[in-house]
Design a binder for this molecule. Structure first.
Ligand SMILES: Nc1ncnc2c1ncn2[C@@H]1O[C@H](COP(=O)(O)OP(=O)(O)OP(=O)(O)O)[C@@H](O)[C@H]1O
Length: 473
């Protein structure tokens, strides 16, 4: 793919983001990749069938019009599902990329990372989602961003039947490609290894399909019983759980398992409080265990992941070698997520095998150019705003959320609401809800008040600018 196509794709994503809003964009489009642009059609891919059908049903027109705004001759968008396994992307100029990466086509085995076929981990009967044999604790690299999440996951995996459950549910959240699925599958592999406990790994999507299919075939009771008969339930990508009855079922399952002392492990791309489509009861149950965030991958961690990927590749391609300076370059420049790091190593492997050439810095720079992305603006959360404002004005966060109306609390609260409106995409009612259940008119009043004041009060204007800078750092 050429650089100009990549740049156009970034602009299309920017348009899409501003059309649908940050939240919708993150939920549905963050993992959409551009595969190819051919004449009038654009080929895009997403990782799951569910995402594909959802985008087609709800956003097809909008995706097309964002493309047309950048390239008017585009008349068609083809959306495909990338392989469920974490396969090497094909060499990027391959024109058949879309076809080659469909889940129903066979990967070109010898160009890929160590062979990996979906495995059911002994829980096929319960319809668990496929597991990738490479996603284990042994291949999980630990660093500052994930030490706590790793320790908690390890503790869950090493537990024995009848042991008291320490954190329930264990809820891990992180941005796209930061290792949630890896950690959850590692728990499943390790937990099932002893044969004593049944650990079931399900994506939220699979949970929905399983439940809907069971309802249709009138075996919902058996489905529920089967779920409640396991020792550890691991649910990935919870942000995709949709539908009232599925959520109600999920809530019952969660309660039943937790009450019976069984462990539940969950991953999502945001904290429980931000899962807005979920029922309040589910949210509070989720927040009641241990909630751990995995942060962005630091440079050391990125280097560790690259090294472990190279070592894994060398097990099958002994002559493959990536010199230290190239690894350092990749770790410094590919900053966004683990998936891009994996993609970079796969490309170097494919390139050096196909051309029988050693990996050099020059080659690496050319091959991974499109993975080196400019830093995206930080996504600011309402909790961060409340924390930073409370610290600045020397009040507590609960003061901001309380109904107190003393001057030393009212002004900081108004500033925080103003920042929430200007720095996030949350609606007025949502902001009101997050500030102790206030009405949207109260938020509107606060926003207008601060807007008017910063125009004439220089001291306040400086304070607000400092707060903005702190939040955007
Ligand atoms: N700490 C780590 N150690 C080793 N590999 C990692 C680590 N973190 C991420 N990766 C690798 O990065 C890739 C993406 O990770 P993973 O799929 O687990 O991300 P995710 O957080 O589940 O993303 P998504 O939100 O898209 O589901 C995988 O190949 C994974 O093995």
């Amino acid at each position: 793919m050429t650089n100009s196509e990549q740049e156009r794709w970034s602009r299309v994503k920017g348009r899409l983001r501003s059309t649908v809003g940050e939240d919708v964009y993150t939920s549905w489009f963050a993992r959409m990749d551009l595969e190819a642009v051919q004449d009038e059609s654009v080929h895009l891919s997403v990782p799951t069938r569910f995402l594909k059908s959802w985008i087609q049903a709800h956003y097809a027109e909008r995706v097309l019009s964002c493309w047309q705004a950048e390239k008017p001759e585009v008349h068609r968008i083809d959306l495909s599902v990338r392989s469920a396994m974490r396969c090497a992307p094909p060499a990027k100029e391959a024109p058949v990329a879309v076809e080659a990466r469909r889940s129903d086509t066979k990967p070109a085995a010898d160009m890929r990372m160590p062979a990996a076929s979906p495995v059911g981990a002994g829980h096929d009967a319960l319809g668990g989602s496929p597991l990738d044999p490479r996603l284990t604790f042994a291949s999980f690299v630990i660093g500052r961003a994930n030490t706590l999440a790793h320790a908690a996951a390890r503790q869950v995996a090493d537990g024995r039947r009848g042991d008291p459950v320490m954190f329930n549910p264990l809820y891990i959240h992180a941005g796209v490609g930061l290792g949630k699925t890896h950690l959850l599958q590692a728990v499943t592999w390790a937990g099932n290894a002893g044969g004593e406990r049944k650990v079931l790994y399900l994506t939220a999507e699979k949970f929905m399909y399983g439940f809907v299919a069971a309802l249709k075939s009138q075996t919902a009771l058996a489905f529920k019983e089967a779920l409640r008969g396991i020792d550890v339930l691991v649910i990935d990508d919870l942000q995709f759980l949709q539908g009232k009855s599925t959520q109600a079922e999920f809530c019952h399952t969660l309660n039943a398992l937790i009450d019976a002392g069984r462990q539940v492990v969950i991953a999502a791309d945001r904290p429980p409080s931000d899962l807005e489509s979920l029922d309040d009861r589910v949210r509070s149950r989720l927040a009641g265990g241990l909630v751990v965030e995995m942060g962005a991958l630091g440079e050391d961690l990125r280097l560790g992941i690259l090294k472990s990927r190279v070592a894994a590749a060398r097990a099958h391609h002994a002559s493959f070698d990536v010199p230290e300076p190239v690894l350092d370059y990749l770790a410094r420049s590919i900053t966004h997520n683990g998936r891009d790091l994996e993609g970079a190593i796969n490309r170097l492997l494919a390139h050096s095998k196909l051309n029988s050439q050693p990996v050099t810095l020059d080659m690496a720079e050319r091959e991974v150019r499109d993975l080196v992305r400019p830093q995206e603006p930080k996504r600011i959360k309402i909790e961060d705003i409340q924390r930073v404002v409370a610290r600045q004005y020397n009040v507590s966060r609960s003061d901001l959320l309380s109904s107190r109306r003393t001057a030393n609390v009212v002004r900081p609260r108004q500033v925080a609401m103003y920042l929430a409106k200007t720095l996030t995409l949350r609606s007025l009612p949502e902001i009101g809800r997050r500030f102790g259940g206030r009405d949207h008119t109260t938020v509107l009043h606060a926003v207008r008040k601060i807007e008017a004041l910063v125009g004439k009060d220089t001291a306040l204007n400086d304070e607000v600018e400092t707060l903005k800078r702190q939040l955007q750092e």
